[in-house]
Design a protein around this ligand. Sequence first.
Ligand code: SF4
Length: 92
Amino acid sequence: MAYVITSICERKGACYDVCPTDSIHFVEEDDNAFEEWSTYYINPETCIDCGACYAECPTEAIFMEDEVPDEYEDDIKKNLEFFTDGPGKDMV
Ligand code: SF4
C-alpha cells in the first residue's frame, strides 16, 4: 500500500519538498513526455506511508491507494506505469 497522487494534481510541489524518502518524481514541463505524464507520481517501492505529502497537498490530490475516489481509480494504474513503463523507470 502506498499513497497515490491523482490527476487532481496541479504540480504545486509541496509534496516533493516534504517527502523524506524522495519518492515523488515527475518530468519537467519541457520534456517530450510531459504531455502524457503531467502530474507528480509516488514510487510505491520507496514510499513509507508517512502521510507528509498528503498533509501538505494544497489541492488535496493525494490519497491512500485504497481510498482513491472511484473517478480517479485509473490514476492508481497510471502511477504504477510511470515507474514500470514510463519515465520513472529510470528514476528509481
Ligand atoms: Fe513520501 Fe511520505 Fe508521501 Fe510516501 S507518504 S510519498 S514517503 S511524503
